[in-house]
Design a protein. Structure first.
Length: 382
C-alpha cells in the first residue's frame, strides 16, 4: 500500500490550481448545508495539513467517486482515485463511512469471502430460459438475486433484469453459462478501500471464471462490468476473456426488437439516467440511447446528460444522508421536467436509490416518474 505522500504524488493532488471547478460540479458539495467541504478543499487539506486532517474530512466518505470532478479538472487531478487510495489508509486505522441499511449488504458480501460457502444462486432460472453447463459466454448477474430480496418494498427489477438478460442472449442465439459459485465482484469494497475483502472476492471469481473456459463475460451491472474489465486486470493481471456490458453486446449484435412490443406502449416519451461506471468510467453513452429509440421510445435528454450526468446520489452502500437525498430528489425533478413519463437506466443501483428517494418526504408528488431498467424493457419488446 502506498504512503500518504505517494498517494498525493501519484494522483497529481499537488498540481491543484485552487480554481474551484470541481466544487461547482460535485453533487455532494452542492447540497452540503453544514460542514461544507469540496474536492478542492480536501486536496488542499491533504497537501497542506497531512494525513490525519485528511482522514477527518467528511467528503472522504461522502464522495460518490462519480468522476465528474476529475473529468473537469484542468490539472488532471485524479480525485476519485485519490479518494480510493486514502480510504485504504483509513481502513488500516479502522475508519470507514457509515454503512447504510444497517450494514446488511456489507455483511452478505463478507460472507461470500468463504471459499466453502454454499449458495443458491440459480433458482431464478426458470424453464423458459436456456442456459448451458458449458458455453463460450458467461452471464454474470452480480448481486441481483440479493438486491431483489433486500429491496422488495421498493418494487425493484432485480431477478427480472437477470431473466431478461438471459432471454435477450437466447434471442441472439446464445445459451450462456451462469456460475453457481460466482461471488460479488467486490466493486464496493474496492472503492471503500477494503482491499482485503476485495482481493478475496476477486480471487474466488477469477478462479471460477478461469475454470469455465469461457471466452466472453456479459453482465447487466455497470459496476461489475468496470470492475471485471478494468480493476481486476489492474490488480491481478489480464483475464483471458472479453468483458462486456449487455448494452454493448446488444449494440454490436444489432439486436432487432419490436418498437410496438413493450408492455408500456402508451408511454412513448422517456429519458435516460447514465450510470457513472457505464458512462464516465467506460465511455458507453450512445449504445443505450440507440437501444431505447430502437424499441419505440422518443428520447428526451435531461439538462445534465452523458458526461455531465448527475450520479444517483449514493455510493458503496455508505453515507446516505441529507445531501445524498437532495441529489436524488434533484435528479428526479430534472427527469420529470423533461416531460418524460419514464426514467430508464441500465444500473440496478440507480433504480434502487432513485426509487428509494421517491418514497421519502422530500419528494413532491409532481416529481413522480416511472423508473425502469433498459434490459427488461428490451426483453419485453423481443
Amino acid at each position: 500500500m502506498s504512503t500518504f505522500n505517494e498517494i498525493i504524488q501519484s494522483n497529481r493532488a499537488w498540481l491543484c490550481l485552487d480554481c474551484g471547478k470541481c466544487s461547482s460540479v460535485c453533487p455532494v458539495t452542492l447540497h452540503l448545508a453544514e460542514g461544507y467541504t469540496s474536492p478542492r478543499l480536501l486536496v488542499e487539506t491533504a497537501v497542506g495539513c497531512g494525513e490525519d486532517k485528511t482522514l477527518e474530512d467528511p467528503l472522504l466518505w461522502s464522495c460518490l467517486t462519480c468522476l465528474r470532478c476529475t473529468e473537469i479538472c484542468p490539472s488532471e487531478v485524479q480525485f476519485s482515485a485519490f479518494i480510493q487510495d486514502v480510504r485504504q489508509l483509513a481502513q488500516k486505522k479502522n475508519l470507514s463511512g457509515d454503512c447504510t441499511h444497517s450494514g446488511m449488504i456489507q455483511t452478505w458480501i463478507r460472507m461470500m469471502k468463504d471459499p466453502d460457502l454454499k449458495q443458491n444462486r440459480l433458482d431464478w432460472i426458470d424453464g423458459d430460459l436456456k442456459v448451458a453447463r458449458e458455453s463460450d459466454t458467461i452471464y454474470f448477474p452480480g448481486c441481483l438475486p440479493y438486491y431483489d430480496a433486500a429491496f422488495t418494498d421498493l418494487d425493484i427489477e432485480g431477478i427480472e433484469i437477470a431473466r431478461a438478460a438471459v432471454k435477450i442472449l437466447n434471442s441472439l442465439g446464445i445459451e450462456p453459462m451462469v456460475l453457481e459459485n460466482e461471488r460479488c465482484c467486490g466493486h464496493d469494497q474496492y472503492w471503500q478501500g477494503d482491499m482485503e475483502t476485495f482481493r478475496q472476492l476477486a480471487e474466488l471469481n477469477i478462479e471460477v471464471i478461469s475454470q469455465s473456459g469461457a471466452k466472453r463475460l456479459v453482465t447487466t451491472c455497470p459496476e461489475c462490468a468496470y470492475t471485471l474489465k478494468h480493476t481486476y486486470p489492474e490488480q491481478f493481471g489480464e483475464l483471458d476473456l472479453e468483458v462486456l456490458h449487455l448494452t454493448e453486446l446488444m449494440a454490436e449484435s444489432r439486436l432487432i426488437a419490436d418498437p410496438n412490443g413493450n408492455n408500456d406502449s402508451e408511454v412513448k416519451l422517456a429519458t435516460f439516467q447514465d450510470p457513472c461506471r457505464l458512462g464516465r468510467f467506460m465511455g458507453i453513452y450512445q449504445e443505450p440511447r440507440d437501444l431505447i429509440q430502437g424499441i419505440g421510445y422518443d428520447l428526451v435528454e435531461m439538462k445534465h446528460n452523458k458526461h455531465t450526468s448527475i450520479c444517483c446520489g449514493t455510493s458503496c452502500w455508505s453515507t446516505c444522508g441529507q445531501a445524498n437525498k437532495s441529489v436524488q430528489v434533484e435528479r428526479l425533478n430534472e427527469a420529470r421536467s423533461t416531460g418524460a413519463e419514464m426514467l430508464i437506466t441500465s444500473c440496478v443501483k440507480c433504480q434502487i436509490h432513485l426509487k428509494c428517494a421517491q418514497q421519502g418526504p422530500m419528494t413532491a408528488e409532481e416529481n413522480e416518474i416511472t423508473i425502469r431498467d433498459l434490459t427488461t424493457l428490451i426483453a419485453e419488446s423481443i
